[in-house]
Design a protein around this ligand. Structure first.
Ligand code: SF4
Length: 263
């Protein structure tokens, strides 16, 4: 059986006997459970009022929710190759949302000195000048180190985007190769990826009833806006298109990637 036949068989196995009743996979069930939980949590937070504090609480709540699921992860950390100093994945574009970007900008303002903030912004601007608006294929957007990658490690680790929290790999060498080859097969922990992706999706769903923009954003372009404009959060809450032009340009789902099974 070749690779395409194996995929077709797996797809068929996820359907009922008559072939027209899809059966949710464990990952899909986990995703829906977390999206629903974050939607409820987010709605509760936003119903208290639309202020920057509520936006930051929304993100902090999503991280805490995802962390609580990660505490129950069936995957052994030994199955993963990720560790401090390994940063191949920090050379690819990062997709995120306005609340996450605004939360990071607020944390930088709170934690950094004026000089440190200016240095961080200078790195962000320098990268944005090279990458702004590029589609996210390797052919059109070669790897660049993230503006927050300092001395080989993430300088905003505690506040990093949800997608960065979810990203993981079973093989660092494959990650290195993936920076040069679009079609390389990745192996990763589906539980971790699903958990943080669902938390981000839950944020988006919670924004809807409040008329807040849930567009996918590219981290570098969006954080530049949030760092250069101290009133970005208030303006975004007021419905102004502060992140126009910062949209993520994610290619279609990478069908070549496969995952470690849920344990
Ligand atoms: S924010 Fe941090 S973890 Fe995410 S890509 Fe940048 S350096 Fe890496």
């Amino acid at each position: 059986m070749n690779r395409h036949e194996r995929r077709a068989a797996a797809s068929g196995a996820r359907r009922g006997r008559n072939g027209d009743m899809p059966i949710a996979s464990p990952a899909a069930e986990l995703h829906q459970q977390i999206v629903d939980a974050e939607r409820r949590l987010g709605s509760e937070i936003l119903s208290k009022g639309l202020s920057p504090k509520q936006v930051y609480d929304l993100v902090d709540g999503a991280v805490a929710l995802a962390d609580s699921y990660m505490a129950r992860s069936p995957t052994s950390p030994d199955a993963l190759a990720c560790g401090r100093g390994c940063n191949h994945c920090c050379h690819r574009p990062v997709g995120t949302t306005a609340p996450s970007v605004l939360r990071i900008a607020a944390a930088l303002r709170e934690q950094l000195t004026e000089a440190e903030f200016a240095q961080a912004l200078a790195r962000v601007v320098a990268l944005d000048e090279k990458t702004h608006g590029m589609p996210w294929t390797l052919a059109e957007r070669p790897p660049f180190p993230c503006a927050f990658l300092v001395d080989g490690a993430c300088s905003i680790y505690v506040d990093r985007p949800l997608v960065c929290r979810g990203w993981n790999s079973a093989d660092a060498e494959v990650c290195r190769r993936a920076l040069a080859e679009e079609s390389v097969e990745m192996r990763f922990d589906l539980y971790q990826r699903t958990t943080f992706a669902a938390a981000e999706q839950g944020i988006k769903v919670a924004l809807g009833p409040h008329g807040l923009d849930a567009t996918d954003l590219e981290l570098t372009a969006a954080i530049r806006v949030a760092m250069e404009n101290p009133d970005a959060c208030e303006r975004w809450l007021a419905g102004q298109p502060v992140f126009a032009g910062c949209e993520g340009k994610r290619p279609p789902a990478p069908a070549h990637r496969r995952s470690l099974p849920l344990a």
